[in-house]
Design a protein around this ligand. Structure first.
Ligand SMILES: NC(=O)c1ccc[n+]([C@@H]2O[C@H](COP(=O)([O-])OP(=O)(O)OC[C@H]3O[C@@H](n4cnc5c(N)ncnc54)[C@H](O)[C@@H]3O)[C@@H](O)[C@H]2O)c1
Length: 253
């Protein structure tokens, strides 16, 4: 478990789902973890779970798409936990609809959280990684980046994150910083529960239907993604950069 001198990791959108599992996994790997979500109160349960397991964590409230809030959050994390050298850009939202029904606001909020959010967080955190001459950035893409009916906004953002990741890898590599992308397939979280609800399907049959189309014959769990983040953030993964790994229980969505 983490020591006072432990390296510091930030996980955004870590109040629940993939982010919460990732924060707990990185704490188990020995990182002190800043748990960012929109509301500090919502991030507390993840922090308590980490502390109960003997780790060190800090709950931070911030909208990752707001430049001032992001800078304040990263400054606070550096002061209270230590300089962050791992960043997992996980915060996400969906506003699914067919193209002709996507409102301007539903387009903008998806870009705000995924693209602007990952950009602002990475820009603020990279300074500490460059100072440390070591860093790991992991961005959450999706199999939807390959195209997905009803997700023109989300697919665009998730494909954009792949280009963002590859460019960070090129720019930051010489400072000992890697940047990689994880593109999950179907993972059982509140996000996919909301999708089932939106299309009027009961959760359990919906999961069974999705699992039937997945080669490993089960739904993904947040821990499946946390495990892959853990690999990218490990010491031994320093020669792996600019990659996109599909974690989808098979070769494609
Ligand atoms: N669940 C899946 O099947 C799946 C598949 C592919 C990719 N992903 C991606 O993985 C990531 C996590 O997904 P999840 O299923 O755990 O989602 P989730 O909806 O369960 O959790 C997302 C978290 O992000 C937070 N968040 C939203 N906007 C924010 C903002 N502006 N600033 C800070 N925090 C914010 C939410 O409050 C929430 O706690 C997302 O980027 C998502 O797009 C999920």
């Amino acid at each position: 478990m983490s020591q006072p001198t432990a390296r510091v990791a930030i996980v955004t959108g870590a109040a629940r789902g993939i982010g919460a599992a990732t924060a707990q996994r990185l704490a188990g790997d020995g990182f002190a973890v800043a748990v960012i979500d929109l509301k500090e109160d919502d991030a507390r349960a993840t922090v308590e779970a980490i502390e109960a397991a003997g780790g060190r964590a800090l709950a931070v409230g911030a909208d990752v798409g707001d430049a001032d809030q992001v800078q304040a959050a990263v400054d606070r994390i550096a002061a209270e936990l230590g300089p962050p050298v791992v960043l997992v850009n996980n915060a996400g939202v969906t506003r699914d609809n067919m193209l002709f029904k996507i409102s301007d606001a539903d387009w903008d909020v998806v870009m705000h959280v995924h693209l602007r959010g990952s950009f602002l967080m990475s820009r603020a955190a990279q300074k500490h990684m460059i100072d440390a001459k070591w860093g790991r950035i992991v961005n959450l893409s999706s199999t939807s980046a390959l195209g997905n009916r009803g997700q023109a906004n989300y697919a665009t953002a998730k494909a954009g994150l792949q280009g963002f990741t590859k460019t960070l890898a090129i720019e930051l590599g010489k400072f000992g910083v890697t940047a990689n992308c994880i593109a999950p397939g179907f993972i059982a979280t509140d996000m996919t529960k909301a999708t089932a609800e939106r299309i009027g399907e009961e959760w359990e049959p919906y999961v069974a239907k999705r699992a039937a189309a997945i080669p490993v014959a089960r739904a993904g769990q947040p821990e499946d993604i946390a495990h892959t983040v853990s690999f990218f953030c490990s010491e031994g993964a320093g020669f792996v950069s600019g990659q996109v790994i599909y974690v989808a229980g098979g070769p494609k969505a």
